[in-house]
Design a protein. Structure first.
Length: 361
């Protein structure tokens, strides 16, 4: 982390440059001016709404946000030719796919001086070496959200969702993510395989397990599962960590566990589509989100871990010190990043279609 004096200097320079740009001037000696409107395609409830308001007040740019439910929906939208978005927020493995398909613009790092605030662990990710196309935004894990009043011990194993003796006890009382990679990946981890498996026999085993599991699943859901928990419609949820912690602020009965067999570690990223109409304004916005205090606002709002090292001093202690949000080294060793499935992608897609279409056993 850089010294406070230097960080303060960067913030001062950024603020002065932004003020010039907001008045129609040229920020930082650049040749471009800010657009009046910026279109963001994001996950739901994934940014502090005040951040949009503050950005508009400082830069004079109105932000319009649309939301998506999963990475495949985001990809399909871009593949179909949607050209109006300036900033998108794909997960790590989807970044690699989008780079391969030529859907992302390269970043002009002269417009991103706040990249220096990132933790070194996030400056050369395997899905985008050297951060050529994207900037890490937030990171977390995928595990099990649960109602503590129902469980004497945390449900810290995928067996609670897949083992017939255990899962049947909670029939109709848990959800699985409506996300191909996460849900097939969870089945693979329970079976002792990599969540990036491309082995057909392993994948068929995971498919059969998921079809068997359908009789106990309340719903496949990626957008309101935390609300279902809080409303007592369910008692467990295959979940992204921050979603559970966020609702736990209001409902102290809810908490989150990382399964002992291992789970997904992921990072969502700020990227600019190649078709973005306002690339410069998008970069100004991304640089704004990299300010330490702004990055901390988003972490404090979403309860996800921040890749921004300089933000640590602004992040609430209950988040920064929570091992389920910032896991200890022994837990980190059991986590896997999602990777591009390559030629196995059609097989995964076929399995997911078969699982969703299968009749309940």
């Amino acid at each position: 982390m850089k010294g406070l004096r230097f960080v303060g200097f960067l913030l001062l320079v950024g603020s002065l440059a932004a003020s010039l740009a907001a008045c129609g001037g040229k920020a930082g000696g650049g040749e471009e001016t800010l657009a009046p409107e910026l279109h963001v395609y994001n996950w739901s409830e994934y940014i502090d709404p005040q951040v949009y308001k503050d950005f508009e007040a400082e830069f004079g740019v109105h932000v319009v946000e649309d939301t998506f439910a999963n990475n495949e929906e985001l990809l399909a939208k871009l593949q179909a030719g949607a050209g109006g978005y300036d900033v998108i927020v794909p997960s790590d493995y989807m970044v690699a796919i989008m780079i391969e398909e030529g859907l992302l613009a390269e970043l002009n790092k002269e417009n991103l001086p706040n990249l220096s605030n990132l933790d070194s662990k996030f400056t050369n990710p395997p899905y985008d070496p050297g951060l050529v196309h994207c900037v890490p935004y937030l990171w977390g894990t995928t595990g099990i959200g649960y109602n503590m009043e129902v469980f004497e011990e945390p449900p810290d194993s995928w067996a609670y969702l897949f083992d017939p003796e255990l899962a049947s006890q909670y029939a109709g009382k848990f959800t699985m993510l409506n996300d191909m990679r996460e849900t097939i990946g969870a089945a693979l981890k329970y079976l002792g395989y990599s969540l990036n498996s491309t082995d057909e026999a392993e994948l068929m085993e995971a498919r059969d397990l998921l079809i068997q599991q359908k009789q106990w699943v309340y719903a496949y859901d990626a957008e309101q599962y935390e609300d279902l928990l809080s409303a007592d419609e369910t008692v467990m949820a295959h979940a992204w960590s921050g979603d559970i912690f966020m609702v736990a602020e209001e409902d102290e009965r809810l908490w989150y566990a990382i399964p002992k067999e291992g789970a997904t570690i992921w990072a969502d990223n700020l990227c600019i589509p190649k078709t973005a109409p306002n690339k410069y304004t998008a970069e100004v916005f991304i640089n704004y989100l990299l300010r330490p205090d702004v990055a901390a606002k988003n972490s404090n709002y979403t309860w996800y871990a921040s890749p921004n090292a300089a933000a640590s001093e602004y992040i609430d202690a209950e988040i920064l010190e929570e091992p389920a949000i910032y896991p200890p080294p022994d837990v980190m060793e059991r986590l896997e990043w999602m990777e591009d499935l390559g030629d196995a992608t059609p097989l995964w897609e076929r399995i997911w279609t078969e699982v969703r279409a299968a009749a309940t056993p």
